[in-house]
Design a protein around this ligand. Structure first.
Ligand code: AMP
Length: 402
């Protein structure tokens, strides 16, 4: 995977470097509720500016649909960015049609400056990967660095087209993400086990199909396991279940046999009669689910089986919770398995890699988010990588050796 340049390969010195970052941070009541994305780009900014180079930051924010939308200006982030990176930050507004003013501001900025450009999605060309817009972006520096893995699944002007125009490299956070992911699927310590949970099979068919050919065992949990149980002829009562996808589930199970991949499905389940926290619940074997009940979590025997499968594994890939983890006590399966994987990781027995929006929240809920080998906060990009898809923002970095 290391066929891209890193910062060490670029002769940065006092040059201006256009850096694609992901500052699409979550905002609640006008305040940034999680600054992880800012924290992750700080090392790249320090590296670029340490000998007087200028870091010209490009990012999208929200969905302005190609129009200048003052409410979605990136200016609001300047203070937090400056505080976290411990650098003064110059904000440069632009409509991305004419960048001559921006070029002058960058040229006038002192050596070592951090310059934050206006929201790249204020121009419609960004999301259509417009080459002319990319050319204007490329005029803002002499080098290009992509440090936004979480935006790399999209071929946009600032992630893809621009990489063909300047000598380029992966930033430090992108490099770290790619090397962790290579450990997971590229060259994993075997046996490799994947744990896929979450609500629906329909959103994860590509994921399951890709994993079958690569992993030694596939644990299916969460609401999506119900579709597999139903396809195997078991009653699932009022549980979340995509009955029309039973043929898909059967095809996946048949292919697993051909690929010599063991599929591990729940053998028991926590069943409630309402979808709410602390709803009255009972444990059932999966062959005897109450017709009025809803499966909201895997049961203790299933948890033991999953833990034992993890004990046999060298590497674990995880996407999707094993149950409705937001509702106590239906978080138990997810929490116990997460803590077990964290423990195996701590003792050097397991490489554990997890990602995707709800998975990160579930691991944080279990208190082990920092105890996995790597947790990717890149939702869409992480899933597409797990699905075996080429990420245009990563592929473009390889296209042009610096
Ligand atoms: P996903 O975004 O596909 O990973 O799905 C995550 C969601 O799946 C979470 O909000 C969980 O509450 C939900 N989920 C997991 N297991 C179940 C289940 N057995 N029944 C209903 N929802 C579930």
């Amino acid at each position: 995977m290391d066929s891209f340049n890193t910062l060490d390969d670029l002769n940065i010195g006092k040059k201006s470097v256009v850096v694609r970052v992901d500052l699409n941070v979550p905002v609640v009541n006008g305040k940034i509720s999680d600054s992880t994305r800012i924290e992750r780009i700080a090392p790249t900014i320090w590296e670029i500016t340490k000998y007087g180079g200028k870091a010209v930051l490009l990012s999208h924010f929200g969905r302005p649909d190609g129009k200048v939308t003052p409410d979605l200006s990136l200016e609001f982030i300047v203070n937090d960015l400056a505080r976290i990176c411990n650098r003064e930050v110059i904000f440069v507004d632009t409509d991305w049609i004419d960048v001559s003013g921006a070029k002058k501001s960058i040229a006038d900025a002192p050596a070592g400056s951090v310059i934050l450009m206006q929201n790249t999605r204020f121009h419609p060309g960004e999301t259509s990967n417009d080459k002319d817009l990319a050319a204007r972006m490329a005029q803002l520096g002499e080098l290009y660095v992509n440090d936004a893995f979480s935006s790399a699944h999209r071929a946009h002007s600032s992630t893809e087209a621009i990489a063909h125009l300047l000598p380029n490299a992966a930033g430090l956070s992108m490099q770290k993400e790619l090397s962790a992911l290579t450990k997971g699927l590229g060259n994993p310590k075997k046996p490799l086990i994947a744990l896929v949970g979450g609500a629906k099979v329909s959103t994860k068919i590509d994921l399951l199909e890709n994993l079958l050919a690569k992993v030694d065992a596939l644990v299916i949990g969460g609401g999506m396991a119900n579709t597999f149980l139903f396809a195997a002829g078991l009653g699932v009562g009022n549980s979340l279940c995509e009955k029309d996808l039973a043929p898909t589930a059967i095809r996946i199970m048949d292919r697993a046999v051909d690929e010599q991949c063991s599929i591990i499905l729940p053998v028991d389940a926590m069943v409630a009669f309402k979808f709410e926290a602390n709803a009255p619940h009972r444990l059932y074997g999966v062959d005897a689910i109450d017709p009025m009940g809803m499966i909201l979590d895997v049961g203790p025997m299933s948890i033991q089986r999953i833990k034992a499968a993890i004990d046999d594994a060298g590497t674990l890939l995880w996407n999707g919770p094993l149950g409705a983890f937001e509702l106590s006590p239906f978080d138990r399966g997810t929490v116990e398995v997460a803590r077990h994987a964290a423990e195996r990781t701590k003792h050097g027995n397991l490489v554990s890699i997890a990602g995707g929006g709800d998975t990160v929240a579930a691991l944080a809920h279990a208190g082990v988010k920092d105890q996995f080998t790597y947790v990717s906060t890149a939702g869409g990009a992480f899933l597409e990588w797990m699905e075996g898809k080429t990420l245009p923002g990563v592929a473009a970095l390889r296209a042009l050796p610096g």
